[in-house]
Design a protein around this ligand. Structure first.
Ligand code: HEC
Length: 118
């Protein structure tokens, strides 16, 4: 009897953990990676020019990255801006992260997912 109670308790603990943890990982995966790449000073280094929520010592050369879905309803346009900002503004000082292979296509996808979530 006591063992049966323990089993039920163990099963509910497992159930609790799987419902609590699994969806978080599934939803946040790429965006979390993207945040790390965006904040990394040797990768995206977006904070050199943009304020981003949770980022320390941001620069203010570019606009704060907020309300991105309102400003870029089309996610492909956001990717284009990050991959090659010179397409929208030939004189921009924002580095063309895709065109110059500063970020790989996979890293770019993760950064776009993250920025789109802001
Ligand atoms: C050297 C400075 C610099 C860096 C580094 C930089 N940006 Fe920019 N970014 C700018 C400037 C300046 C603009 C304003 C638009 C322009 O210049 O055409 C801009 C514009 C943007 C925009 C468009 C914002 C809007 O609402 O129009 C997005 C999105 C963006 N940057 C994302 C990023 C991301 C993501 C990174 C890092 C991977 C990054 N930027 C790194 C300077 C920078």
């Amino acid at each position: 009897m006591r063992n049966a109670v323990k089993l039920v308790m163990a099963a509910s603990v497992v159930a609790l953990f799987s419902t609590a943890i699994v969806p978080t990982i599934a939803v946040a995966g790429d965006a979390e990676d993207g945040k790390a790449i965006a904040f990394n000073r040797t990768k995206g280094n977006c904070l050199a020019c943009h304020a981003i929520e949770g980022g320390s010592l941001p620069g203010n050369i570019g606009p704060p990255l907020v309300h991105m879905k309102d400003r870029f309803p089309d996610k492909a346009k956001l990717r284009e801006q990050i991959a090659d900002a010179t397409r929208n503004n030939p004189n921009t000082i924002m580095p063309p992260f895709g065109k110059l292979d500063i970020l790989t296509p996979d890293e770019l996808t993760k950064v776009v997912d993250y920025i789109y979530s802001l």
